[in-house]
Ligand binder design. Sequence first.
Ligand SMILES: [Zn+2]
Ligand SMILES: [Zn+2]
Length: 447
Amino acid sequence: MNIRLYFYGGVEGQIGGNLILLLTNNDGLIYDFGVNFKLRKMFFEYPYVTPRSLNDLIVTGNVPDLPIYTISHNVPVSYAFISHAHVDHCGYVPLLNKSIKVYMGYMAYTIVKSKNEIRLRKTFENDFQNVNVEVFHSGREIDTSLGTIIPVHVDHSIPGSYGFISILGKRTLAYTGDFRLHGTKGYLTKDFIELATREGVTDLIIEATNTVLSHITSEKEVMEKLFQVFSESKGLIILDYSESDVDRFKSIYKAAVKAGRKVVLSPRQAYLLYMMIKQEQEFSWTKLDLPSLDDKNIMVYNSCRSRNKALKFLLKVLDQDRFVTKVELIKEPEVYVFSANFYNIEDIKSIDPPPGSVYILSSSEPFDEERELRFEKLINWLDVLGIPMYHIHASGHASPLEIRMVVEEINPEKVYIVHSENPMLMAKYLGNIAKCIAPIRGREYIL
Ligand SMILES: [Zn+2]
Ligand SMILES: [Zn+2]
């Protein structure tokens, strides 16, 4: 069987926007179909200049000109395997032709579905409502016309993250998705490495986000640093973190309780948390151990916005004493950790945090995997408001040493570097272990 491999995103220096295509003479599959925020920002700016059609995305190079879309005929691909629910890996999935079966992990699908439920502005490119999804759990062997695909859990900054081991005749291809070993659930990634090693992977597609200024920081250290700032600050703490990063949420929660503060979540974050807990109660292979929304140390911010779908839902299912308004935040700022970001600048302004208040950026900047941070504008506003910023974060991605260790253990013939600003650097760094390739967009590689 002649298997061709193509990369259409997450290559040539791009972090995220992954799109990997496998083709045989009869059928094909893709791994991930995400948004590259940097590329998107070059052409589009919400709310005035947004993509109006698929063609807008194709002519700007945001998505490739391939026959895989809703309007396409003779679609050469039957399956899409989505590694996790970060937008840079799944954001463009709704564009796919309905004949393509989309495979996602249970928790990944819960996250994507929950976000879709509370989305105010649904468009041709972001509405997951009619996506043909089949959910999987780690280790399930999925038979396709190309071979057997086995999703295996990995640890990353969002629950429900997977790599894929694809047994394709004489070749075995592994794709890591996004992963790390230094996180709280590094053992998940070890399961992936173990199976990949056992299956005799010949070709490995690996992410290499961390190449420059890599930090070695654990989630425990993040918790300790958060606690220090929470306990020593006299004003309001404004905390900016990625909404689906449950490890970070748990660190924030623990540090806040220890410092005698309450965490105030946005309705959107609380809604996501509510749905993740519900999913876990019904079915989950990895315990998230999330505190419940009935916990007295967790509050929901009542922005009093009637169009907010998440708030509407939460007001129905939670007790009234679970909500705080800006009046309470103004009255006792030293009691709260207010979860907010640049997009809540209106709320932050109206609370008018007192002197001594602090902003903590607890995600990567200037792009995280869920959104584009308006970093410069945020800095300008904080300057006007007189609020200093701390950066307290541990990466969701493997460090260079971890990447090398994974490649050494799996010991493939060929390694393809993706999701990296410096793929050539990483190819050289790993050069004495395997044949390393920094893929070119659209070029054909034979397995
Ligand atoms: Zn990513
Ligand atoms: Zn990710």
